[in-house]
Design a binder for this molecule. Sequence first.
Ligand code: DX5
Ligand code: ZN
Length: 214
Amino acid sequence: MLVAPSLLAADFADLHGEMDMLNSSSADYLHVDVMDGMFVPNISIGFPVIKAIAPLASKPMDVHMMVIEPDRFIGQVRDCGAHLMNVHYEACRHLNRTLQLIKDAGMKCGVTLNPATPVSMLEDVIEDVDLVLIMSVNPGFGGQKFIRESIKKVARLRNLIDNSASKALIEVDGGVNAETGKELAQAGADILVAGSYVFRAPDPKLAIDSLKAL
Ligand code: DX5
Ligand code: ZN
């Protein structure tokens, strides 16, 4: 299993320490949540902070844009050094164009689905995306309860990908821990995002290892 700890649950007063922990952990990516207070009812971190941590991070950055019309920020996300830019299906007026613009900017592109958006909405873009992120909570906050329907949704997405020429990875975000992670792994997930489960653990590196082992 690939693991992407979500910085949202980190100690923002000690980002140096948190980056040292992540760099020396078995994590595969660094998941960074950007919110605009409009698409989701919260505001998190923005580009100046991402730029400040980028040189400290040895793991590729997976930037999750919970932002309306994310096309406006493709250049800034790229300039922050992101490896992958995740945009929400629900926040893009012309998703096909947005995905192309992300790739033209030299990043991998991911499309994210809210809990209420069915996997079938991706049928016509699945071969154009590098990754699909399934939200297993409503986006905007860490520490929420896992929505169990997401497990079946991951299985449906696995089926869609396996029956197409797509090589898209399946990532899941929200309420992930060793128990929900195990069920998600069985359903076909490739990458688990985890905020609270990692950063609230007595030993965050062990928590990351426990997800890696799934
Ligand atoms: C929520 C964010 C998540 C969040 C997950 O909108 O997209 O990445 O940090 O937090 P946990 O793992 O605590 O549910
Ligand atoms: Zn996220």
